[in-house]
Design a binder for this molecule. Structure first.
Ligand SMILES: *Cc1c(COP(=O)(O)O)cnc(C)c1O
Length: 434
């Protein structure tokens, strides 16, 4: 029985209890009772007084991580000291944690490492990709890509002597037509951080390859949110975050994927000693590792890496098809409830209405009140976030978000909008991090 069958069967069972259009709180409870992923919530430390709809920005703490970190500090660092680089497997962890993560993005064995930040990893793979297509000048991105991706591309181009040009595409529909024989790299984020709109990874990768270009996918809002198939889509490079849907902790190391067919044929400029083929030979000159280790750089931040490694254990038995089915159901449900209960307050859906075309978040825009509305919601215990200039963003993480959380969040949003309690000076005043 596949994921959809299981979910459909669950839905059939509860449809006897409540009609599918029912806006009642009981309907949400019935759906939770039929949720095949319900058991995972208990693996996370979630405060009782919070409805957390921001796991797309900072995932919560998996309960097992605290103990694992304590052990690593006390035993591996405290007692093992430098011996732990060997005895506790520290030195291998960029690769072993990468291998754990590989299943979540459909990567082959030995093609993923965990290292550095997404920004730094993008620097490495974009540099490698441009060096691999020396006769081509153009890097394509989207104007509304996450800013760091475009900032890094500007820096890489400057570093390469301004021989390349960054072409910003405003409308995703125009990407295929822009792919010609001047394009070295198509650099896209699979799911847009503002709107949640999702690209067709397979079709765009094929279109880029047909034009002779290489492809880099940023999976920051995909890994842990849905099944991804980098091998099946024949992706060249991918990068992504450890601290969003993967719950690796604030500033967790990021990941990086390179297609095995390219490994051994690339250069990346952050040629640190951990990316050397034999770091402890201490040779005077650099010789790149021929495996994915070439895409690390220096000594990994072990405590952060251990936290991510432990957080990834949560995923051991998770069926990603079931995860995706629930993600679509949660986001559809949120849209239905907001439109039914918050009508007339100026909120406009900016995420695709078709769940097949969006990731695991829903965004609404509001002309002037977005920031204040999110602030007021947070004060009521519902944590979403605001993205300038006008977006209220809500992330839905199927491992721990319940249907009742969706219902209660919308209930509080409706209350805040109903009496305009958001419209105060305090709620309009911006904090440094939104
Ligand atoms: C969150 C995010 C990043 C973050 O990059 P850092 O280097 O971790 O700060 C990068 N790209 C995208 C698309 C993101 O959503």
């Amino acid at each position: 029985m596949n994921a959809n069958d299981i979910m459909t069967r669950s839905l059939n069972n509860i449809s006897d209890l409540v009609a599918s259009s029912d806006l009642s709180r009981e309907y949400a409870l019935a759906r939770d009772a039929a949720d095949p992923l319900a058991g995972y919530r208990d693996m996370f430390a979630l405060p009782d007084d919070v409805i957390y709809l921001d796991g797309n920005s900072l995932g919560p703490l998996p309960k097992a991580v605290a103990g694992r970190i304590a052990t690593s500090v006390d035993e591996e660092w405290g007692s093992g000291l430098i011996r732990s680089w060997n005895a506790a497997g520290w030195a291998d962890m960029p690769r072993t944690t990468g291998a754990k993560l590989a299943r979540l993005i459909g990567a082959q064995d030995d093609s993923v490492v965990v290292a550095d930040s997404t920004s730094v990893n993008l620097f490495k793979v974009l540099s490698a990709a441009l060096a691999h297509r020396p006769d081509r000048q153009v890097v394509i991105t989207e104007t509304r890509n996450f800013p760091t991706d475009n900032y890094i591309a500007e820096g890489v181009i400057r570093q390469c002597g301004d021989r390349h040009r960054l072409l910003h595409i405003d409308d995703a529909a125009d990407i295929p037509a822009a792919l010609d024989d001047t394009v070295a790299v198509l650099m896209l984020t699979h799911v847009n951080y503002r709107t949640g709109a999702m690209h067709d990874m397979k079709a765009l990768t094929r279109a880029a390859h047909d034009a002779g270009a290489l492809v880099i996918w940023d999976l920051a809002h995909s890994a842990g949110a849905m099944p991804v198939d980098v091998a099946g889509c024949d992706v060249d490079f991918a990068v992504g975050c450890g601290y969003k849907y993967l719950n690796g902790g604030p500033g967790a190391p990021a990941f990086l994927y390179v297609a095995p067919r390219l490994l051994g044929h690339l250069e990346q400029p952050l040629s640190g000693w951990f990316a050397h083929k034999d770091p402890f030979a201490f040779t005077p000159h650099y010789a790149a590792a021929s495996d994915i280790g070439q895409f690390t750089c220096g000594t990994p931040p072990m405590l952060s890496l251990i936290a991510l490694d432990s957080a990834l254990d949560v995923w051991d038995q998770v069926d990603l098809a079931i995860l995706r089915t629930k993600s679509k159901a949660l986001t559809d449900y949120f849209i239905t409830l907001v439109e039914a209960r918050c009508d007339g307050h100026g909120l406009e859906l900016v995420s695709p209405r078709n769940s097949e075309k969006r990731g695991s978040q829903v965004s609404f825009s509001h002309q002037s009140g977005g920031y204040a509305m999110i602030s007021a919601l947070i004060a009521e215990g519902v944590i979403g976030d605001f993205r300038a200039p006008d977006i209220l963003r809500f992330g839905f993480t199927p491992l721990y978000t319940r249907y009742i959380d969706v219902w209660d969040a919308v209930d509080r949003l409706a209350a805040i909008l109903g009496d305009r309690r958001w419209d105060t000076h305090a709620f309009h005043t911006r904090k440094a991090v939104t």
